[in-house]
Design a protein around this ligand. Structure first.
Ligand code: FES
Ligand code: MG
Length: 596
């Protein structure tokens, strides 16, 4: 470890607080920061100033307990000889923000970049949790590249409904089907859904929140064991304290995101996401983080590395359990231990501990195999993400860990052509159109239909709406047909068990061929060749294109408009483009200039 007494020479905060070459500016910077009771001696002591990026608030209930946890982070920072400075991050509430929280991922990223670059911070603790908070924070940490560490907020406790585990999100999709089929009334519907959210914390299923925080740990950006600790457990407070201490040491060691978020780390994330049965949003966010770090990591890596990885973790939506069981069974270190012994991880990737992933895992005990299966006896073989292409789009993904026996039996069982099915498209122009017409008998939806939704991508429904997991019409649900194939340029909730064809890029609003699809078209899905094609000629497609005009709702706010002008497609991480123009900005573009 670097001698702390040598550190102060390269502390960024000294440019603000202790610059004898410019006493006028130094005075301006220090005098107002002293009003918290911090003394001049402290500000000029050469102690690292550590930001605490606060993503919790009343508007972001999944992260609200970070307001409390931050106290333990501060104590850790103080105990290690640092000075904490907490500040707010633009709110990102997956369940609350209209039209989408995804619209604000890049906005929160932008804001955090400006804070980390423009204020006297030597390192930062990123308080993550709800879906978009984790990628937004990691994208900003990558761009600015000052020492950074993730403290996730942890999943909620188990939810229970009539003696069964009720997982957040997953229960909603289930309850909607039962309500539509007339099995439960409105009151029972509300009770069932509420039962899945029994405490503070983020979603307790392996949805986007738990997946992304698990991957933050996998890529080495949080302390080992952090992601799975349920939010209310005392161990969460212990982890907050340890994280605060560790970031101060990281500043002394000058251990930065670029040392940790390497190509190997992102490859490990693909492997782990597949074994976790992780969210279908993970590829989007991990690609975005990697691109902001300047690491070459694409959707092809997800297909190439992930698709043959087995499903190990028995958590909803791909499996049975929730966050508490995952934690008790061994959490992320337990999964990584299995993957490491199977030889599929890159153990040399460095982590925030200063050690490698392999070194961190040296003393991890065997996980409980009821929840975290061994690599040789998985829940499902070859259960990662596949990347599809064809004459409708350049890329889309399918999360194969959620292909259940019903779907397999109905669509993937043709002995002549395993993995191939052909359906009649029924096209919806967005979620409003879907809700208005899904039960219209005139659409002729039957068990051979493919439900398609468009105008739901990063531009079309700004941010990209989680709407592709469309449920069949009530008439089919009542006949016991609970799933139909679906496809769209939107996303879907990481808590959904629907094996949809997702994140179609380019989206309809960008003029992708999905825009030209018509109800009644035959669409052939070939999961052995990873293709999706509409069975019409190029001439017909060209004719439709000549008659096509984009149909998206107008922007409703300045940011919606700016976002639409700058955002890329899901296949490239839905970043503000050009995403690679500003990489490691302090090194490549310099420190910000004085403000007076
Ligand atoms: Fe916030 Fe799931 S809605 S974590
Ligand atoms: Mg969601």
């Amino acid at each position: 470890m670097t001698d702390p007494s040598n550190t102060s020479a390269f502390l960024r905060s000294r440019r603000w607080f202790d610059n004898p070459d410019n006493p006028g500016m130094t005075a301006l910077y220090v005098e107002r920061y002293m009003n918290s009771g911090i003394t001049l001696e402290e500000l000029q002591s050469g102690k690292p100033v550590i930001g605490i990026a606060q993503t919790g608030s009343d508007l972001v209930p999944c992260n609200r307990h970070h307001l409390e946890l931050a106290r333990r982070v501060r104590e850790g920072i103080r105990d290690a000889g640092g000075i904490p400075m907490e500040f707010p991050v633009h709110p990102l509430a997956e369940q609350g923000r209209r039209p989408t929280a995804a619209l604000d991922r890049n906005l929160a990223y932008l804001g955090l970049v400006e804070i980390l670059h423009g204020y006297p911070l030597d390192g930062v603790v990123l308080l993550t949790g709800c879906d978009k908070t984790t990628p937004a924070c990691l994208m900003a940490a990558a761009t600015v590249n000052i020492p950074a560490i993730v403290l996730s907020g942890g999943p909620m406790l188990n939810g229970w409904w009539q003696g069964q585990l009720a997982g957040s999100g997953t229960t909603i999709w289930e309850a909607r089907k039962r309500h539509a089929a007339g099995e439960i009334d409105y009151r029972e519907f509300m009770q069932m859904v509420a039962s899945s959210s029994p405490s503070i914390g983020h979603c307790n299923t392996m949805g986007t929140a738990l997946s992304m925080n698990a991957l933050a740990e996998v890529i080495g950006m949080s302390l080992p064991g952090c992601a799975a600790i349920p939010a209310p457990y005392r161990e969460r407070g212990w982890m907050a304290h340890a994280t605060g201490k560790r970031i101060v040491e990281m500043v002394h060691e000058n251990l930065r995101p670029s040392d940790i978020m390497t190509r190997e780390a992102f490859e490990n994330a693909v492997i782990a996401a597949s074994a976790l049965g992780g969210s279908s949003n993970c590829p989007i966010h991990m690609i975005a983080i990697a691109r902001h770090m300047g690491v070459d990591h694409t959707l092809d890596d997800w297909h190439r590395l992930g698709r043959h990885i087995p499903l190990l973790v028995d958590c909803q939506p791909a499996g049975r359990y929730l966050g508490e069981a995952f934690y008790r069974a061994g959490g992320v270190p337990g999964v990584l231990r299995e993957l490491l012994s199977a030889g599929v991880l890159k153990p040399q990737a460095r982590t925030v501990t200063g050690r490698t992933l392999g070194e961190n895992l040296a003393n991890v005990s065997e996980p409980d195999h009821d929840v975290i299966r061994s690599y040789s006896e998985p829940l499902r073989e070859s259960a990662g993400y596949v990347v599809l292409s064809g004459n409708l789009f350049d890329s889309a993904i399918m999360k194969t860990s959620v292909i259940d026996t019903e779907f397999r039996a109905r669509f993937l069982c043709d002995p002549e052509q395993p993995g191939v099915f052909t359906c009649n498209a029924v096209v919806f122009e967005g979620p409003e159109d879907y809700h208005a017409r899904i039960d219209d008998p005139g659409l002729g939806i039957d068990e051979h239909s493919l439900l398609v939704i468009r105008n739901s991508g990063p531009i079309g429904y700004p941010g990209g709406a989680e709407v592709v997991n469309m449920q069949p019409p009530a008439a089919l649900l009542k006949r016991g047909i609970t799933v139909l194939p679906t496809m769209g340029d939107g996303r879907q909730s990481g808590t959904s068990a629907s094996p949809s064809i997702l994140n179609v890029s380019p989206e309809a609003a960008r003029g992708g061929n999905l825009a030209l699809l018509e109800t009644g078209d035959r669409v052939r899905v070939d999961l052995s060749e990873y293709r999706v094609d509409v069975l019409i000629s190029d001439e017909v497609l060209a004719l439709r294109r000549s008659q096509w005009t984009p149909a998206i709702a107008p922007s409703q706010s300045p940011w919606q408009e700016l976002h639409r002008r700058t955002v890329g497609q899901h296949g490239q991480g839905a970043c503000m483009e050009p995403a690679t123009e500003f990489i490691r900005i302090i090194e490549t573009h310099g420190e910000a200039r004085d403000n007076h």
